[in-house]
Design a protein around this ligand. Sequence first.
Ligand code: ZN
Length: 172
Amino acid sequence: MAHRDKEKARIYNAKWRAENKERHNAYNTKWREENKERFKNSVSEWRAANPERMREIRREWCAKNSSAGAAYARTRRARKRGAGGSHTETEIQFLLACQNYRCANPNCNSDLREVTKHLDHDIPICRGGTDELPNLQWLCQPCNQSKFTKTMDEFVSPPNSAPAGVSTRVMC
Ligand SMILES: [Zn+2]
């Protein structure tokens, strides 16, 4: 019967794959053992010949594996949206210290060491702000969420409220 033949073929194929997988793996291992030096050399040669690609790989890796990479990921997202500029993790940690670890909203002042903090764009990227340090500030999560796409001035002093006070944006 055709069905039985199919079944037989399936079993045969599975067996063949298993046997050859082992043979294939054994061959690969043996080749690597025998060509350890050559293998190592070819990798470093490839690295030397492809510095751009290496940098790309390293950046991708950093983006996925370290907190420094988080800054890179943010920058990349901002770049995607067409914003100019960039910042490093060190710069934004510095910014946090400059704000005395307080939420940049003068009406809030939450201690950012105790609450969830968000890195915010004073002038949102979607409204033409850049991803550079002068346009960045740390806010607590609720402030960041309610600021949304407002600029910091609009958020702190809505148009129909009392006259805008002196900007309390931390400068250093
Ligand atoms: Zn806040």
